[in-house]
Ligand binder design. Structure first.
Ligand code: 5GP
Ligand code: MG
Ligand code: MG
Length: 190
């Protein structure tokens, strides 16, 4: 960004210490992921994308538009008890799917896999609803933070165990609107 301050042009001057993954790099990877997922679904009925609110919204909309095949869209909101920066694995559904997924190929679209606890819970929950298949596409993953073994077929970027914001990801509901993934300055954590 201008003056080497990535947040400055977006109304967050002095708040971010660095860009981790830039806009062009994100968009190029999303095209790759979308092609890979589409190739595996080509012969089936349109995959049902399950966007996990709110963090995956930005990724999901770009991902669906980058896919060379049709997809359908559902939203689910879950809340993991824990602090603003780490999850506990105890999950509660805030908003459930609006339809039955019996016999459907679903693709869980996630922003980030940190401990993996949220995703692991979600996979088990959806599996009880008899879908034909459950795949997962995650934009980001922190391999060193994983606490459970989760089967994620498609991953955009493996990143270090650091708290990131932007491109849907928040800190206290801020920064979701940034078009890139960045690192928050240490002074921003209260
Ligand atoms: P997990 O259950 O895998 O530990 O964490 C899952 C959720 O925690 C993510 O979907 C996301 O909402 C939040 N989370 C984990 N790591 C980060 C991060 O680095 N930045 C932000 N903004 N949220 C994160
Ligand atoms: Mg998420
Ligand atoms: Mg959050």
């Amino acid at each position: 960004g201008p003056d080497g301050d990535p947040g400055a042009g977006h109304g967050y001057p002095g708040e971010l210490k660095a860009t981790l993954i830039g806009e062009d790099q994100l968009q190029a990877k999303i095209v790759e992921l979308a092609a890979a997922v589409a190739a595996d679904h080509e012969l089936d009925s349109p995959p049902l994308l399950i966007c996990v609110l709110k963090g995956a919204v930005t990724f999901t909309t770009d991902f669906a538009r980058a896919m060379p095949i049709p997809s359908e869209l559902e939203f689910m909101a879950v809340s993991s008890y824990g602090s603003a920066t780490s999850s506990s694995g105890v999950v509660r559904i805030l908003k459930d799917l609006d339809r039955d997924i019996t016999g459907r190929r679903v693709v869980i679209v996630e922003d980030i896999i940190d401990s993996g606890l949220t995703l692991s819970w979600l996979q088990k929950n959806l599996a009880t609803r008899s879908p034909a298949a459950i795949d997962v596409v995650a934009l980001l993953r922190k391999p060193e933070a994983l606490k459970v073994d989760v089967d994620v077929r498609y991953v955009g970027f493996d990143i270090p165990t650091e708290f990131v914001v932007g491109y849907g990801l928040d800190y206290n509901e801020r920064y979701r609107d940034l078009p890139f993934v960045g690192l928050l300055g240490a002074h921003m954590y209260s």
